[in-house]
Design a protein around this ligand. Structure first.
Ligand code: HEM
Length: 435
């Protein structure tokens, strides 16, 4: 079995010795469970779309319910479909255009505070930026103190995620450790903030043009079940806040690392951004549309470093897949990190080459050789939001600043693959203002 470049040698060795390979399917047992890994674009379609009715979210997401509630990430059908119908209009293209303005504004405010020649951890900077952007687009809040509260609470709250891998996480969370106390406190703070915003909006009836207003106004006319109650709105807000900011921040951190690693590509992004912004575009959507090369840079970065590096499902009912018996309870893995780096679809796969995404070259690849946002009914609801954010933030930063490695810094990216793929040691870069 090929190592896509992410597995520890010991893990790779374990798989070599304990797995059976059936063409593009790898099978092994871990913690007494059958695990099937599917390594071909056709299988992305078959597993995540065609066979979706045989699966559910899996144990980690079920355990995550005790803090995230029944939001889009954790809920099962039929609730998931109903919620998806209610939340979808908030991510309509027209709305994303309005959010685009906020994204650029916040990116500029961030860089205005930078001092030329200093070294910044771009991963930290991106976590703060994407959280501020999501906070503003979700709750129309940009008061520094609230953003700080959200930022502190979300950071502490993220600490619960590793707990979801343990049995009985509810009990662990009740124990009197420092970190469990911090998680409980941050959950209380976030809940209080979200519920008070919901109450204030319901009372005033004012439309702030943000996601929260859309969620409050949404009605499930198709399913005939009306609007969401406060608890459901809280669950969706929290889900969007958590799902929306870290993935995008990690993606942007990879992108800026790649810009320092490939100065000639950084210059092409700069030239395109300078040209597009000089033409004074009418709105964010038009700016986005004209930043064609920048879009290809983002596509290629998400290919090489997909922030969600594997999609997992649990099997609810036993079924047969291409002649293999898949028992109930099996774990199914569809790894972006392996398929995106498969030389059959991406020659010289570890090379960073944005022109792989020229339309005439992309057209020669199978549809699901690229799926950074997943596939099927659970495909990322924030995909258009994330594209707009990544492209505009990259263009806004690079048109004014040059990014380089500090002396002695490693030019190879060390990765940490947990629920999301993130830079292991931050992304320290020198920012120099362009003339
Ligand atoms: C580069 C950034 C992002 C990446 C790579 C990404 C990737 C993904 C992937 C692969 C899934 C599917 C997971 C699965 O099938 O198990 C997903 C789901 C989801 N994402 Fe994203 N995402 C990003 C940004 C966002 C943003 C900005 C938001 C919201 C503002 C968001 C909200 C969600 C939600 C709510 C789901 C669950 C959807 C459902 O099950 O119906 N994501 N994301």
């Amino acid at each position: 079995m090929r190592n896509p470049g992410l597995l520890r040698p010991s893990t790779h060795e374990f798989l070599q010795e304990n797995s059976r390979v059936f063409g593009d399917i790898v099978h092994y047992k871990a913690f007494g469970r059958h695990v099937f890994q599917f390594n071909h674009p056709e299988m992305v379609q078959e597993v995540l779309i065609r066979d979706a009715a045989m699966q559910h979210r899996g144990i980690v997401m079920q355990r995550a319910k005790f803090v995230l509630g029944e939001g889009l990430l954790t809920s099962e059908e039929p609730l998931h479909m109903r919620q998806r119908r209610l939340v979808q209009p908030s991510f309509h293209r027209g709305r994303i255009a309005a959010y685009g303005h906020t994204m650029s504004q916040f990116a500029c405010a961030m860089t205005d505070a930078w001092k030329s020649g200093t070294t910044l951890d771009m991963h930290r900077a991106m976590l703060q930026l994407t959280l501020r952007i999501t906070g503003k687009c979700l709750f129309d809040t940009d008061v520094a103190s609230e953003v700080q509260t959200i930022s502190d609470s979300v950071t502490a709250f993220m600490g619960f995620l590793p707990l979801a891998f343990l049995p009985f996480p509810q009990l662990v969370l009740k124990m009197p450790f420092g970190f469990t106390r911090r998680i409980r406190k941050s959950q209380k703070k976030l809940d209080a903030m979200i519920y008070s915003m919901i109450a204030e909006r319901r009372h005033s009836g004012q439309d702030h043009g943000d996601l929260l207003s859309m969620l409050l106004a949404s009605q499930d006319t198709e399913g005939g079940t009306g609007a969401m109650n406060d608890r459901q709105i809280r669950d969706e807000c929290l889900t969007l806040l958590l799902a929306g900011h870290e993935t995008t921040a990690n993606g942007l951190s990879f992108i800026f690392f790649l810009m320092a690693q490939h100065p000639e590509i950084q210059e092409r992004v700069f030239e395109e951004a300078a040209r597009v912004f000089a033409a004074v575009p009418v709105n964010a959507t038009e700016t986005y549309e004209r930043l064609r090369y920048t879009q290809r840079v983002v596509s290629e970065a998400l290919r090489l470093y997909p922030p969600v590096w594997v999609v997992a499902r649990a099997v609810a009912v036993p079924y047969e897949y291409r002649g293999l018996a898949i028992p109930a309870g099996s774990l199914l893995l569809v790894p972006q990190i392996a398929i995106h780096r498969d030389p059959r679809f991406y020659p010289d796969p570890l090379r960073f080459d944005p022109d792989r995404f020229l339309p005439e070259i992309s057209a020669n690849r199978p549809r699901y050789a690229y799926f950074p946002f997943g596939a099927g009914s659970r495909v990322c609801i924030g995909e258009n939001f994330a594209w707009m954010e990544a492209v505009l933030v990259l263009a806004d930063v690079v048109r004014k600043w040059r990014l380089t490695f500090p002396a002695g810094a490693s030019k190879e990216l060390a990765l940490s693959a947990q629920i999301s793929l993130r830079p292991r040691d931050g992304v320290p870069l020198i920012v120099t203002r362009r003339a």
